[in-house]
Design a protein around this ligand. Structure first.
Ligand SMILES: Cc1ncc(COP(=O)(O)O)c(C=O)c1O
Length: 379
């Protein structure tokens, strides 16, 4: 049994999320977890660090084989070793795929902020299309709206699945429908699946596995950064079944094809070789518990609403009925809780609340937020 309740003690860990903690602020923002990294990974890194040779590593099979076995076991998805290309981390992989497509690109909003920043980084033009939201705050891709927004200059579609920030895990049917649109208009589908092992209710479907044709016209990018809580040991991999696309992608990396360092290599072998399976299962159970409490608590606060989070550990909370100019700022100033402002993802009237932390920390944060709103209502 693993203990996910250990209070976060991140002083000295160079955490960007916790640099505000001196103020007594509870940090519920940046998407890493306040839960210790997977113990088999920690052990492997410590053991490797103790070995006093840090020469150039040999990586290919040592790393590819566990990833291939993992995808087969978890998703029943076959990966040919040739299809795997290592990248410095997920975002450089997504950016390289975009540059390879070489035209305008589009995606549905809300959307993860670094994807929203890609137009600046690549110099390409972006089209953002709102998702549909139903009365239960459940989001779906608006395929007709996406189609209506396509111009002849659009060459690529970015998907984030599981979705940051709306927490959807898209079904095979939804993925096929999106692919049909991309196929009709000749768009490359780039699927960011960094949160794939946080599918909490329904199975995740890797994009390259939805159909043979989809595999041939897509780039799927992933990493163990989120699931093992090791984003500070950066690495990612792209799955590109189409040889021609793969060659173009590697060219776009422009010499930046990742050669994992020896510590990352040790971490990633353990992340995918099955050593962390029990820890990951326990983590998902724990996060389901956090999620259920967070959803119930937020939905019980007047003026606050959230939908059901199917994946990630990030809750997208609608604060529009509170009548606040900037809800995230309100919670920082009045509750001493730091959440991400929805403005980063395309809607300032939402907040993104990271529940990947010990339960007591999460409950304390929600207690403070609720108390701050009560105090405001009483004024
Ligand atoms: C959807 C998504 N993609 C990519 C990243 C970052 O990936 P990396 O640090 O591997 O570049 C994040 C981090 O929060 C994310 O949520």
């Amino acid at each position: 049994m693993y203990n996910y309740d250990i209070p976060a003690a991140r002083a000295g860990s160079d955490s960007v999320k916790w640099h505000v903690v001196a103020d007594g602020v509870i940090p519920m923002w940046v998407a890493d977890m306040d839960i210790q990294a997977a113990p088999p990974v920690v052990q492997a890194v410590q053991q490797r660090a103790a070995h006093p040779y840090y020469g150039y590593p040999y990586t290919e099979d040592e790393l590819k084989n566990p990833i291939i076995a993992h995808y087969k076991k978890l998703y029943g998805a076959e990966i040919d070793p040739e299809w795997l290309v290592f990248v410095p981390s997920v975002m450089p992989g997504v950016a390289a795929a975009l540059r390879m497509a070489g035209g305008d690109f589009m995606y549905s909003v809300p959307m993860y902020d670094h994807i929203r920043a890609l137009y600046k980084e690549t110099g390409l033009t972006v089209i953002e299309v709102p998702m549909q939201r139903d009365e239960n705050c459940r989001y779906t891709l608006d395929i007709p709206a996406l189609e209506a927004a396509i111009t002849p200059a659009v060459r690529a579609m970015i998907l984030c699945n599981p979705h940051n920030p709306v927490g959807r895990v898209f079904s095979r049917e939804e993925l096929l429908e999106l692919y049909a649109l991309c196929e009709k208009h000749g768009l490359l589908l780039i699927s960011d699946e960094i949160h794939c092992e946080f599918a909490l209710d329904v199975p995740h479907v890797p994009f390259f596995s939805v159909s043979e044709d989809a595999a041939q016209h897509s780039v799927t990018v992933c990493s163990a950064g989120k699931i093992c809580n090791i984003p500070g040991l950066p690495l990612g991999f792209a799955v590109i079944p189409n040889a021609e696309l793969r060659a173009k992608f590697i060219k776009q990396l422009d010499g930046l094809q990742a050669c994992p360092n020896v510590l990352t290599l040790a971490a990633y072998e353990k992340a995918y070789d099955g050593s962390c399976d029990d820890w990951k299962d326990g983590l998902r159970d724990y996060l389901r518990g956090n999620r259920d409490i967070a959803e119930a608590r937020f939905n019980a606060i007047p003026g606050v609403r959230t939908g059901h989070n199917e994946g990630t550990y990030l809750l997208w909370v609608d604060c529009s009925a509170l009548g606040l100019e900037d809800p995230a700022k309100f919670f920082l100033d009045n509750a001493r809780v730091r959440v991400n402002s929805g403005a980063m993802y395309g809607d300032v009237q939402h907040i993104r609340f990271n529940y990947g932390c010990p339960r007591a920390q999460m409950v304390e944060a929600i207690d403070r937020m609720e108390a701050a709103l009560k105090a405001r209502a009483a004024e």
